[in-house]
Structure formats: structure tokens, C-alpha cells
Design a protein around this ligand. Structure first.
Ligand SMILES: [Zn+2]
Length: 159
């Protein structure tokens, strides 16, 4: 791909402290985790249901997807590291209203609604995220920590 998406480090660095503080006790169910191919690119596809149980969360499960395009130095190493370039998405309202459009402009996400509601979704979050900060929601934050930790210990999927 011509322009690489943001790295995990960039997404994590931009994530405000209150969000990082809300990832205690994640319950993560990984549904798919494999290498996929599409024209011109190969990536590791990780799809998971993430629930967070704490005073800020309902405990509802949300669907998180990460596509890992490797690092600049090791473009075919699909291990999750801070240098991995990733595309991300989460089904939670926070992601949709604050991050989906901002991250899409940085090639690190996509807008999922085919017909976005102009009042609520798929417009620049001028009030909720006026500086266009690129970061991730607590579900993706928890999932990335988990997959990075697993990759440090074990094998990563191969074709
Ligand atoms: Zn989320």
C-alpha cells in the first residue's frame, strides 16, 4: 500500500489517560486471527469480541477488528509490536462518533455505514474531537495489549 496506516505506538500515544484507565478486567474472545491476502497487500486479520467490566462500562460486547500490515522494517512480520502499521475498527459508539472519520483520513480505519446519518455519524467530530486526535477506544486498547503480549510469548499465524 502506498501510504501506510498509523502504527500501534502512534495510536496508543495519542490515547488519552482516562481511556487507558478503563481497560481493567477485559474479557476478550478472539474469533479470527489469520493472515489474509488482498490485491497488493497481505495482512494479519484479527477479529475479536471485547467486553470490559468496570464502573464506566456496561459490559456489553463490542466487535473489534485489527488488520496488521507489518512494520516498516519488517513488512512481512505480522507479529503485533508497537511498530506494526494497523487498520482498526470497533463497533462501540465512542469509536464511531470520535474516531472513525479521523482514523479513516489517516488510512487507519474505514467508515462502515453505507448511508451515514449526517447528524450523528461519518462527519468530522468537530465538537467531540476538535483537534482530530488519532487514538483508539478502550476496547481496541485492551485487545492490542493482549495480542502484543501473546505474540511476545508464542507463535504468530502464518499462511
Ligand atoms: Zn470500542
Amino acid at each position: 500500500m502506498a501510504l501506510k496506516p498509523l502504527t500501534i505506538r502512534q495510536l496508543r500515544t495519542g490515547t488519552p489517560e482516562p481511556i487507558r484507565g478503563r481497560i481493567a478486567s477485559p474479557v476478550v474472545k478472539i474469533i479470527q486471527n489469520r493472515i489474509r491476502k488482498e490485491p497488493g497487500a497481505r495482512y494479519r486479520y484479527t477479529y475479536a469480541q471485547v467486553r470490559l467490566w468496570n464502573e464506566h462500562s456496561s459490559g456489553r460486547p463490542y466487535s473489534c477488528i485489527i488488520k496488521n500490515y507489518g512494520s516498516t522494517r519488517e513488512p512481512t512480520n505480522y507479529r503485533y509490536t508497537p511498530d506494526s502499521h494497523v487498520w482498526v475498527h470497533c463497533s462501540c459508539p465512542h469509536f464511531k462518533f470520535n474516531l472513525e472519520v479521523v482514523l479513516t483520513l489517516a488510512k487507519s480505519s474505514s467508515i462502515y455505514d453505507a448511508k451515514p446519518n449526517p447528524r450523528t455519524g461519518s462527519i468530522l467530530p468537530l465538537i467531540r474531537n476538535p483537534r482530530g486526535q488519532r487514538f483508539i477506544c478502550k476496547h481496541l486498547f485492551a485487545l492490542l495489549l493482549l495480542v502484543e503480549g501473546r505474540d511476545r510469548k508464542g507463535a504468530v499465524p502464518t499462511i
